[in-house]
Design a protein around this ligand. Sequence first.
Ligand SMILES: [Zn+2]
Length: 105
Amino acid sequence: MRTMKIREIINTQKRKAVIAMVSGMAVFLVSLIISPDYTVMSYVALAGFAVAMGAITFLELGLSCPQCRGRIGCAVNYPGRPLSVSSKIRFCPFCGVSLDSRLKL
Ligand SMILES: [Zn+2]
């Protein structure tokens, strides 16, 4: 049976969401810039915007503690680095489990 640190599980979710957010914003901006010449790109811009907003919503409401399923997004997003949880956050604010403890998958 494989085990992973809770911090690694949250970091993986956060990293995927941040990459989706940045990619969506990049698609949105590039499509918006070239949309006057290619009108179909305005739809692509909307899709990129939707991806970015979905990723932001996931970062705020979807990130959860794998132990208790508490919404931990607000607690781990702002004080940390963009792609990982800050090492200063050591415990889940809801159940108190250490983020460096291992969880069986
Ligand atoms: Zn928890």
